[in-house]
Design a protein around this ligand. Sequence first.
Ligand SMILES: [Zn+2]
Length: 376
Amino acid sequence: MLSIFCSPARYTQGKNATASLGVEMSTLGLEGPALIIAGRSARSLLADVWRTSLGEAGIAYHVHNFGGECSASEIERIDKAVRETAARVIIGAGGGKVLDAARAAAADCNLPVVNCPTVASSDAPCSALSVIYTDDGSFEQYRIYRKNPDLVLVDTQVIAKSPPRLLVAGMGDALATWFEAKTCADGSIKNMRGGASTQTALALAELCYRTLLNDGADALRAVQTEVVTPSLERLVEANTLLSGLGFESSGLAAAHAIHNGLTAVPPTHAFLHGEKVAFGVLVQLILEGKQRSLVDQVLGFSAEVGLPMTLAEVGLGEMTSEMLQRIATRSTATGETIHNEPFEVRPELVSDAIRAADATGRAWKQKHGFAAAVRA
Ligand SMILES: [Zn+2]
């Protein structure tokens, strides 16, 4: 098997980076007209900077208001807007779903794509895949594209003003990267590009985990105070670039499959991708029988930044056995990344690991004096 590593063509990050969007695009030879897919907060935050930055670079643009869900019907609406505006490049500006939809439309229309995340809530911006949901928010499928974005531009001034919960969710998504990457590399599993892991991807995934432990709590405080600090810069890079490169060029395993399983029951829909993934990490560690010191390190980190470590914290404080069955069945569906684990994974194994993870999380909280808080 060949080893394959992939990444965006260019990654640009820093305070007020949006002011350089036009220059960055021109440097890469990306010409207008552009179609900007944007959520509401991206529009209100960035409209003036787009006018200046893209205006000075001579890039004409239209703005398409994102419909709220990265679903097949929303992607079709964007494809239509691309044709109507004769766009030659697509810019996604907003949260994970906006960027996922922008990449999907760019692939449909065979156009270059620029991703400008306004939150660091997942590792999707750098990837060549999108997660497609149904219009009511259930996981539907992964769509995989030929290439990664042409440019990912992250404005840390914008991230500093984003809701702290979103940054924490990004840490949950990034928390899975090293554990899933290691499982895939150890098992000689094909990565998202159909090749073996490189040392590069594994080293980036491990750096991702180390950065969370070292900078996660400080970065959270920076966002709570709405300031940009070196810790926040490193953490945003971990959530966005390191995690993105690590998962795509090494692979996913149980944690993300558990996330997909959790989306099969409506009470979890109020929780973010990374929050469900964080609980999935715990389930993966239990499933793999990892040593207690590692589980404690992960639980300590989750508690410090406020990531879910119990079922109640992903909306399942009162989970019926029918719901658990549905989660376990969905997590182990054919083609799920849980089958990248080095042993056969049946639904019964998953439901036991979910219950055990919940009990472990609850016991840890009790021991360390955390209230059994329920967030919704
Ligand atoms: Zn993820």
